[in-house]
Design a protein around this ligand. Structure first.
Ligand code: UD1
Ligand code: UDP
Length: 363
């Protein structure tokens, strides 16, 4: 009997790995250990997704609250080492500090490593996520690439063995949960929102919120987007961003924008309904670029680059950075975008395909 150890720790890992965890649990004949690093810990960044997605509890739950990035990695490696030590496969997802900790651990312990969402690249090594992705891919023996673009990125880095293009499990999560979300979520009524009557914003990327000038520019850009569209912005705010607004003394400026409605981070089911009914998504999140594409809702990405170039090619998404004039014209353009693009991230069978490949590998 083989032992699979799956490591998660942040909001996007929980969401995108939920279908994969379920598929691996369903394999039978293998031990499947689910480990949570504790990188995200607030109820609304963590527990809510286990409830919304009916994901089983982790077998091992660790604590990591509020450590700097290098200690997140070091502490996770130390805490998880005894769980991965005799794994036949360590599975990590994406690009977080939890991801890179799991990848380094597997490598140092001589364990087989699998990376879900392998090969995506922003080509910007100033982003912590880009460094984490490169390390995880270089150390993996099983690479689950979402698209042919990701496979090509890996080939350019001389990674060709063990690469499988399987789509992105974001689509599995969406297709498995949208009907339940539409049935159960009351979020539009609760917030008094009408379909297509608001812009949906998420904004938490380190390069956007960790400097005062950049975060202030972001607020100017949000104001521009409100004026350009004539619509209010709904802003479920990441704790990192909320903290920075306070630290930089930008609370008053944010509060002065009457049509910038800040709310707590939402659960997954509410988020799906909010995305599906938005006039436009404004974001620096990776997941929202993919999800808005799935929902045929145009997206404006508040970054200078993206590791999701497929969305740019089909026109579901444009890059706008945070300069207010650029954001205004991107909002204008995307509000008029012709929908109907084909979703490049697969058909919702990614998690099943990963489980089949894992089963074949482990025998
Ligand atoms: C991390 C990932 C990022 C991902 C994001 C998803 C890395 C390098 N970055 O960024 O790729 O897009 O998760 O949301 O791993 N905080 C809380 N409560 C929580 C979680 C975070 O208050 O439950 C606050 C803390 O002040 C913490 C800060 O947010 O110090 C940053 O959290 P951290 O997990 O280090 O990075 P994220 O910005 O969440
Ligand atoms: N999400 C959510 N509630 C929120 C914000 C995001 O459920 O208030 C979900 C979103 O639907 C997506 C995931 O969280 O599935 C994206 O996570 P995040 O933006 O934190 O990380 P990234 O994708 O940028 O790594």
């Amino acid at each position: 009997m083989a032992r699979i150890v799956t490591i998660i720790g942040t909001r996007p890992e929980i969401i995108k790995m939920a279908p994969v965890v379920k598929a691996l649990d369903g394999l039978g004949g293998h031990e499947h250990v689910l480990v949570h690093s504790g990188q995200h810990y607030d109820l609304r960044m963590d527990r809510v997704f286990f409830q919304d997605m009916e994901l089983r509890e982790p077998d091992r739950q660790f604590e990591l609250q509020d450590q700097p990035p290098h200690l997140q990695v070091a502490t996770t490696m130390r805490q998880i080492a005894d769980v991965t030590a005799d794994a036949d496969l360590v599975l990590v997802h994406g690009d977080t500090n939890t991801t890179v900790a799991g990848a380094l651990l597997a490598s140092k312990q001589g364990r087989r490593l699998g990376h879900v969402e392998a090969g995506i690249r922003s080509f910007d090594k100033t982003m912590p996520e880009e460094v984490n992705r490169i390390i995880a891919d270089q150390l993996s023996q099983m690479l689950f690439a979402p698209t042919p673009v990701a496979r090509e990125n890996l080939r350019r880095e001389n990674v060709t063995e063990g690469v499988h293009v399987v789509g992105n499990s974001v689509v599995d999560a969406l297709t498995q949960n949208i009907a339940v979300a539409e049935k159960r979520s009351r979020v539009l009524d609760t917030l008094g929102l009408k379909p297509r009557g608001y812009l949906l914003l998420t904004f938490h990327r380190a390069e956007n919120v960790d400097g005062k000038a950049k975060l202030a520019q972001g607020l100017d850009a949000f104001e521009g987007a409100i004026e350009e569209s004539g619509l209010p912005i709904l802003f479920p705010i990441h704790p990192r961003t909320a903290r920075r607004l306070r630290e930089f003394g930008l609370e008053t400026r944010a509060a002065a924008l009457a049509d910038l409605r800040r709310i707590e981070p939402t659960g997954y089911l509410d988020m799906l309904v909010l995305e599906k009914n938005a006039a436009l998504v404004l974001t620096d999140s990776g997941g929202l670029q993919e999800e808005s594409c799935f929902f045929q809702v145009p997206c404006v990405t508040l970054r200078e680059n993206t590791e999701r170039p497929e969305t740019l090619e089909i026109g579901s998404n444009v890059l706008a950075g945070t300069e207010p004039g650029r954001v205004r014209s991107a909002v204008r353009r995307q509000l008029g975008a012709e929908r109907g693009w084909a979703n490049p991230y697969g058909d919702g069978t990614t998690s099943r395909r990963i489980a089949e490949l894992v089963a074949a590998q482990l025998g």
